[in-house]
Design a protein around this ligand. Structure first.
Ligand SMILES: [Zn+2]
Length: 445
């Protein structure tokens, strides 16, 4: 007993020592920052136009960057380039805030495992795929992503590795495993009951299990909570509109997450499950394929975002068979395709708030920018609105609008550029040639 106590005391002493080191390191860092503020060299970016992210634009802008932040935004008439400044000349280009994808699955990749991948692969596979996809995503101009459910906390680990500078990638808002019900969209169905196959999310039933899983996800580093409120397309044995949790379960998820300072994103295609999620207070509905008039009114009243994931659902219909998507999923996506376009357009035109999300899996990583054109074509958004949906709107949904989402003095210098004018050709946003993250150039023409 005494030895145990001594060990506990020793552990406490170590912990105290570690905390002291952390405090000392923090002090050193802040001192360096304050000393460096004057000394940091100025980089000036020149372009044909800057689309700010809030629906406005500036012709022939100069954007000053010092350290990791934007320190001035204006025109040549308003700003004088300081002597010795490094100039990045993007004449002919349009400068924009770093793009944001509010729905990614970085650990997902094309594989030959198909249905059997769950039996063949390990968390290490997911970590390697996510590392590869994080770089593709950043190179495509997406400097921030929100992960929408990842097994084994791979998104947390990859986020931390990126933040430590070990690997390149976007700023990641991690979810950890999505919460799903037994037999639902996050479960793996159609197998023998005598096999113990783990779900693609955390399978939790009932209010207590849900509260516990929200706490676990927060404990292990999730930035938000993902919950699966209705059936899905890429799953067997669940209709897209079928509710998969009851109202109490959804409320428990939101109240627990809120208490822990986290927002909830809910996978929901249609029906009562979607409405119950909105009423429970989730921050966003993911997919929203068959959002009906009542749900649209509820979402407007509650300020709920819709993340429409257009590219994945369109490509399952047009290209799913070739890409090896199971026939059951292609049939599900095809059956609702025409109606889905009408319902999402209606939601947008009636004023539901939208944020860009692709549901990037398999070969969509790195093609996230194609979503902008789908939003113009399907939602009827103008090119300028489409860009706002993929920058400032997404930043607001993610709760980072004070730091990111627009080309604004004082914000973090996450900037991208494309050659030409995306306001006249939105498809250009699929071809980003310049990427800066936190003041560091990641990609240049
Ligand atoms: Zn998803």
């Amino acid at each position: 007993m005494r030895r145990l106590l001594r060990r506990a005391h020793h552990a406490r002493a170590l912990l105290h020592a570690a905390r002291t080191v952390v405090v000392a390191a923090a002090m050193t860092c802040s001192m360096i920052t304050s000393l460096g503020a004057q000394a940091a060299p100025v980089t000036v970016i020149r372009a044909d136009r800057a689309i700010i992210g809030d629906g406005t634009q500036i012709a022939s802008p100069l954007v000053f960057v010092q350290g990791e932040r934007i320190t001035a935004v204006g025109t040549a008439a308003q700003l004088r380039i300081p002597a010795g400044a490094k100039v990045i000349d993007l004449s002919g280009y349009t400068l924009m805030p770093g793009f944001m994808d509010a729905h990614t699955h970085l650990a997902s990749i094309d594989n030959d495992g198909g249905d059997l991948a769950v039996l063949k692969e390990t968390p290490a596979h997911g970590a390697i795929y996510a590392t590869i996809n994080a770089k593709k995503t950043l190179d495509a101009g997406f400097t921030t992503v929100r992960e929408a459910g990842t097994t084994d906390y791979v998104d947390v680990v990859v986020r931390d590795a990126i933040n430590r500078g070990l690997i390149p990638g976007p700023r990641i808002h991690a979810s950890g495993p999505a919460l799903g019900s037994t037999g639902g969209h996050a479960d793996v169905n159609g197998w023998s009951p005598f096999l113990d196959i783990p779900g693609t999310g955390a399978i939790v039933d009932g209010v207590d299990a849900i509260r516990k899983q929200v706490r676990l996800n927060a404990k292990y580093g999730a930035d938000q909570i993902k919950i699966v409120a209705t059936g899905g397309i890429l799953s067997v044995g669940d209709a897209v509109g079928a509710a998969q949790f009851d109202a109490d379960e959804l409320k428990a998820a939101v109240s627990e997450a809120t208490r822990l300072g986290r927002k909830v994103m809910a996978h929901a295609h249609a029906g009562d499950g979607l409405k119950m999620a909105v009423l429970a207070g989730v921050a966003s509905i993911e997919h929203g394929s068959l959002v009906d008039d009542e749900a649209i009114a509820l979402m407007k009243a509650h300020g709920t975002y819709l993340v429409p994931t257009l590219i994945i659902l369109e490509e399952i219909v047009t290209d799913g068979a070739r890409k090896g998507v199971p026939p059951n999923s292609v049939a599900k996506a095809t059956a609702i395709a025409a109606e889905r376009r009408i319902r999402l357009r209606t939601a947008y035109q009636r004023g539901v708030k939208f944020a860009l999300g692709t549901d990037a899996t398999s070969d969509i990583h790195g093609r996230n920018g194609e979503e902008f054109k789908y939003m113009v074509d399907i939602l009827g958004a103008t090119p300028m609105e489409s860009i706002t949906i993929g920058t400032m709107n997404a930043a607001t949904l993610l709760g980072v609008d004070k730091e990111l989402g627009s080309v604004t003095t004082g914000k973090l210098a996450d900037l991208v550029a494309v050659k030409g004018n995306p306001l006249t050709d939105i498809a250009l946003l699929a071809h980003v040639q310049f990427v800066m993250k936190g003041g560091a150039v990641v990609k240049a023409p």
